[in-house]
Design a protein around this ligand. Structure first.
Ligand code: NAD
Length: 356
């Protein structure tokens, strides 16, 4: 497929290629859909094997952001940027040059942190454009989004528990967290506060040790995680962990965690979970707290507002799981439908009174 066909297949509005040889910048900005508002999404730095691979990634990721913002009820569209290169190419100049490209779009695209980019990089981008979020607290940004993300995940787990067990009460419920990093740590904290029993796994032993010390519980290693007889598996590490190989091992009735792209293959693995009667809280719905946090930063709203909005993930997750049950479709399909409905409704409203 040529790039225009690829854009058309996924419904993209605009794709921008930008370069600056002095600082080694080769970047692609994907603007998927701005019906709901400016396209927001992180800037990923990655050593893609080819431009075609980078383009595929930016198209896929920017489309995902449209759905995430829509389902979270935000006035944002979906966008994403990729810089092609090794993290070793990072420099003030690289991010300032990227910032100028963002600035040239006049606010149609707003950037943020993503894989291999951090607060310092966002600060450099912000020297050239105001269309950047996720800056450090010291420079007026909202700082680490993980506490807000984990708060949304916590409420998404409660909502799934309400549908599956008839109550959102997590006291005494067993939750197994994969990945005790930024999101996993705060999730453990919130669950511990309401009396859940915790089980952890992480390839980084120090992170497990911190959770064990602060919140109690026990640890498991490797594949033992997937076969645990617990109430909830909460993946908060990497993507693709629910797949053909791990699904036969699953014994938990709920999968709900903060990681992105939990299902290795959205359709096939989603259907396999449905057949096993396992309730899956769609990743982009339950982990939208990070996006809600940067949206609050953009709007100049306090952290408390971001936390409240993130807690509303409870009602969205509940609605989606019930809709999926009612229609006999996967929760991912139900979430996509809900997001598309919101975009269509807003698009119709925005067409009202044009020219009158
Ligand atoms: P992080 O790097 O702080 O934590 C990830 C943890 O997972 C690390 O402790 C790492 O050692 C562990 N890990 C990696 N591979 C593992 C494996 N194979 N088995 C077990 N543990 C493993 O990252 P984070 O910010 O906590 O993000 C976690 C996930 O949540 C990612 O998928 C991220 O995309 C997603 N997410 C994060 C946010 C946020 O606000 N930070 C928002 C939305 C989504």
């Amino acid at each position: 497929m040529d790039p225009f066909e690829q854009m058309a297949a996924l419904g993209h509005e605009q794709v921008v290629f930008t370069r600056n040889d002095d600082v080694g910048l080769r970047a692609i900005i994907g603007i998927h859909d701005t019906t709901l508002g400016p396209a927001l999404g992180g800037c990923r730095l990655y050593p893609y094997g080819s431009e075609a691979e980078a383009l595929r990634d930016v198209l896929r990721l920017s489309r995902g952001m449209t759905y995430k913002a829509a389902i979270a009820g935000l006035d944002l569209g979906g966008g994403k940027a990729v810089i092609i290169g090794d993290p070793g190419i990072k420099s003030e100049g690289l991010f300032r040059a990227f910032g100028r490209a963002v600035e040239s779009l006049g606010g149609r695209y707003i950037t943020a942190e993503d894989m291999n980019t951090n607060v310092e990089d966002m600060n450099n981008i912000s020297r050239e454009t105001r269309w950047v979020t996720g800056r450090g607290k010291a420079t007026g940004g909202s700082g680490d989004p993980s506490p807000v993300t984990a708060w949304g995940v916590f409420h998404g787990i409660r909502a799934t528990a309400e549908v599956v067990f008839g109550s959102p009460n997590m006291e005494g419920k067993k939750v197994a967290i994969q990945g005790c990093g930024n999101v996993g740590y705060y999730l453990a904290k919130y669950l511990h506060e309401v009396g859940a029993e915790l089980i952890y796994t992480d390839i980084n032993g120090a992170r497990v040790a911190r959770c064990l010390e602060e919140f109690g519980g026990r640890a498991v290693e490797g594949d033992e995680y997937f076969g645990l007889e617990v109430d909830v598996l909460a993946p908060c590490a990497i993507g693709g962990i629910i797949n053909e190989r791990t699904i036969p091992k699953l014994r938990a009735p709920i999968i709900a965690g903060g990681a992105n792209n939990v299902l290795n293959e959205e359709k096939r693995d989603g259907e396999a979970l449905m057949e096993k009667g396992i309730a899956y809280a769609p990743d982009y719905v339950i982990n939208a707290g990070g996006l809600i946090n940067v949206y609050s930063e953009l709007k100049g709203l306090p952290l408390a507002k971001a936390m409240d909005d993130s807690a509303n993930i409870f009602s969205t997750v509940k609605e989606i799981i019930n809709a999926a049950k009612g229609q006999g479709i996967t929760t991912m399909s139900a979430a996509n439908q809900l997001a598309e409905q919101r975009i269509e409704t807003v698009a119709r409203i925005k067409r009202m009174h044009i020219g009158s």
